[in-house]
Design a protein around this ligand. Structure first.
Ligand SMILES: *Cc1c(COP(=O)(O)O)cnc(C)c1O
Length: 411
């Protein structure tokens, strides 16, 4: 028995130690180079722990776990932040896209023009509704949908254009709005990665991402720029009719209790997430500034490296840096990634396979010849750690490793 116990203790010990070490680590300011992460939510939340505890405490007290006052208040506050007249909170960013498309009545026989260089949700929901995702290539500068190709792809079946504001920078909303008006096809902005970004239109009036198209959708997945501690999402719109439809669809197609006028879905934000989001929304402007400062530091350290392209900023959009994405040229991306990994530096590839080349969408028969820019981007992109807690020391360490790799210096 003693032997068994000893063996069990020996088995448990490493776990026990790990737990203690993790806890200690979490309490320290994250200065160690071993601590570099793609996203540091623990560090971010520690700084606002009291506010978060209070917010969560309110939900425990009221017992309003699904919808309720916190959700209502958050929707109002997000409306104020974005300038959107209506905010319809829902379960996640994928649902938000689906709800917006259902509000437009999109279904079999319809076409939706979008980009395959995105997280798959954008393409997936179109197919899920029985419609056809018409994919076009990207602009290599911004990685966002190429507006000229959008216009060429419009047919009488086109029911929506869905640009994705990728990595924190907006698609060309001036060109897309012109096309939208000319052909009378609405825009749904997939704004899961660019909340708080602004577009300056012809009159140079800055508008918030998600508020320029007929509808905008976003995600509050934890790692997004405005993230909760689970799943969440929202549709935003200035249009009363679309807002009413989205609300109804997200709530089982219900007009009044147990009267179901249309086929809907069940998609809702819960009270805890809303309470957390209310706290984090107040910090969002500072979080955006922290990301932009980190991006500037990266720029300064990486701008003159051969074979490395730093993120190019487009003229009309601010960049809120959901990702800081380099292009690594000459086929060296994967080797660089492996080298960084060996130094304890994480990096990400968003996205390795564009939508047109995904197995699930094979049946749509996309011709790879039309997706040269998406394929090249997929082969070259490398996203570096980017979050609100990233500091200069960490970035110096990261950029030094990149220099060593690129210039082939011995370290
Ligand atoms: C994250 C993301 C989504 C989906 O959001 P979920 O909340 O994970 O469903 C959709 N589109 C883009 C561009 C995203 O980055």
């Amino acid at each position: 028995m003693q032997q068994v116990t000893n063996r069990m203790l020996a088995f448990l010990k490493p776990f026990h130690l790990t737990r203690i070490r993790l806890r200690k680590f979490a309490q320290q300011p994250r200065m160690t180079m071993e601590g570099i992460q793609m996203v540091d939510l623990i560090g971010q939340h520690q700084k606002i722990e009291n506010e978060l505890q209070q917010a969560m405490g309110r939900v425990l007290e009221t017992g309003a776990f699904v919808k309720g006052p916190e959700v209502k208040a958050f929707a109002e506050e997000l409306g104020t932040f974005t300038g959107a007249k209506h905010v319809i909170p829902c379960g996640n960013g994928t649902d938000a896209l689906q709800i917006a498309m259902m509000a437009l009545g999109i279904g079999p026989g319809d076409e939706v023009i979008t980009t395959g260089f995105t997280f798959i949700s954008t393409v997936e929901v179109v197919a899920l509704l029985g419609a056809t995702p018409v994919l076009v290539d990207i602009d290599p500068i911004s990685f966002t949908i190429d507006a000229a190709q959008v216009e060429e792809a419009i047919t009488e079946r086109t029911k929506a254009i869905v640009p994705v504001h990728l990595f924190g920078q907006m698609a060309d909303m001036t060109a897309l709005s012109t096309i939208s008006e000319k052909h009378n096809v609405p825009i749904i902005e997939d704004n899961a990665q660019a909340i708080g970004a602004q577009w300056s239109d012809r009159s140079q009036r800055a508008m918030q991402s998600g508020t320029i198209g007929l509808m905008g959708t976003t995600s509050f997945f934890p790692s997004k720029n405005l993230g909760c501690m689970g799943d969440g999402g929202a549709v935003i719109t200035q249009d009363d009719d679309m807002a009413a439809r989205c609300r109804q669809i997200a709530n089982h197609g219900m007009s009044k209790q147990y009267h179901h006028d249309v086929v809907g879905i069940n998609s809702r934000l819960d009270g805890l997430q809303a309470a957390i989001l209310r706290v984090k929304l107040q910090h969002l402007p500072d979080y955006i500034k922290a990301r932009q400062s980190a991006a500037k530091r990266y720029d300064a350290m990486l701008h003159n490296l051969p074979g490395v392209t730093i993120p190019i900023r487009v003229a009309n959009s601010t960049h809120v840096f959901h990702q800081y994405t380099l292009r690594i040229l000459e086929g060296k991306r994967d080797a660089m990634r492996a080298y960084l990994q060996s130094k304890g530096i994480p990096s990400g590839i968003y996205y390795p396979i564009p939508g047109h080349a995904q197995k699930a969408f094979e049946t749509f028969g996309y011709n790879p010849a039309f997706f040269g820019e998406s394929l090249q981007a997929a082969a070259e992109v490398l996203s570096l750690p980017m979050h609100t807690e990233l500091n200069e020391e960490q970035q110096t360490f990261i950029c030094k490793a990149i220099r060593i790799f690129v210039l082939d210096i011995n370290d």
